[in-house]
Design a protein around this ligand. Structure first.
Ligand code: DC
Length: 229
C-alpha cells in the first residue's frame, strides 16, 4: 500500500509569509484537504480567554483540563471545522486579543501534545496540505513534500496590513507591524517545544519577490512529483 505521507505537503515559516494563502490555493488545486494548524492554536487561545481566568494559570494546564474546554474539531473534506461547545469558530480566531495571546498558548507543552493527535488524524489518509511552524519537523516528519517559506520582514508586515485592509501603509505602520511580527517569530523560534525551525529536508522558498501564482505552481509541481515518485 502507498504510504499516505507521500501525499502530505507541509508549509512552515514565520508569521505573515503567506503560508495560509499558499497552502489553501495548493490544496484547492490538488483537491486535497487543508490544515490550518495556527487556527487550532488560536482556538485554544480563544477558549482560554473566554474562561476569563488569569493567563498565569495557563502554564499548569494538563490534557484533562484541555479536554474540558469544549473544543471539537471536525475534519471536513476541504478543511477542518473548529467548534467551541457546538459553535463554529472563524473570525473570532483572528481578533487582536487572540493574536496577542496565541504565542504564549502555543509554547505550553500540554497544548502542543493535545493538538498533535488532531493534526495527525487529519492527515491519516494523506492528501493533506498543512501549514504552521512544526508541520515538517514534528507533526508530519515523513511528509512527501516539505516547504519552508521566508520573506523580507518589511514585506511580511505590508502583507499583514493588507490582510487587515490597510492597502497603502505609512512607514510608521510598517515599522510597528514589523516589530509585532518579529517579536512573535522570536517567541516561536526560542520556545523549547517544537520551535520554528526548517526541517533539514525542507525546500526553502523566498517569497519576497515571487509572484503568488508561480509560488503555488512550484509547490503543486513538487507535491505531484512526490505523490507519483
Ligand atoms: O499562523 P498563525 O499566525 O495563525 O499562528 C498562530 C500562532 O500559533 C503563532 O504564534 C505560532 C503558533 N503556531 C505554532 O506554534 N505551531 C503551529 N504549527 C502553528 C502555529
Amino acid at each position: 500500500m502507498t504510504d499516505p505521507a507521500r501525499t502530505i505537503v507541509t508549509l512552515d515559516g514565520p508569521a505573515g509569509v503567506g503560508k495560509s494563502t499558499t497552502a489553501r490555493a495548493v490544496a484547492r488545486r490538488l483537491g486535497w484537504r487543508y490544515l490550518d494548524s495556527g487556527a487550532l492554536y488560536r482556538a485554544v487561545a480563544f477558549a482560554l480567554l473566554d474562561r476569563d481566568e488569569p493567563s498565569d494559570a495557563w502554564r499548569a494546564l494538563d490534557l484533562e483540563a484541555l479536554d474540558r474546554l469544549g473544543l471539537t474539531v471536525r475534519p471536513d473534506d476541504e478543511a477542518l471545522t473548529i467548534l467551541l461547545r457546538g459553535r463554529r469558530l472563524e473570525s473570532e480566531l483572528r481578533t487582536q486579543d487572540v493574536t496577542a495571546a496565541v504565542s504564549r498558548v502555543a509554547r505550553i507543552p500540554a497544548v502542543r501534545r493535545w493538538l498533535l493527535d488532531t493534526q495527525r488524524h487529519a492527515g491519516s489518509h494523506g492528501r493533506l496540505v498543512a501549514d504552521g511552524r512544526d508541520m515538517g519537523t514534528v507533526v508530519f516528519p515523513n511528509a512527501g513534500t516539505k516547504i519552508f517559506l521566508t520573506a523580507d520582514p518589511d514585506e511580511r508586515a505590508r502583507r499583514r496590513l493588507g490582510d487587515h485592509g490597510v492597502t497603502t501603509p505609512s512607514p510608521d505602520q510598517i515599522e510597528r507591524e514589523r516589530l509585532l511580527l518579529t517579536e512573535r517569530d522570536r517567541v516561536d523560534m526560542e520556545r523549547e517545544v517544537s520551535p520554528l525551525v526548517p526541517a533539514s529536508d525542507a525546500v526553502h522558498v523566498d517569497t519576497t519577490e515571487l509572484d503568488f501564482a508561480a509560488q503555488v505552481d512550484l509547490v503543486v509541481r513538487l507535491a505531484r512529483a512526490a505523490a507519483s515518485g
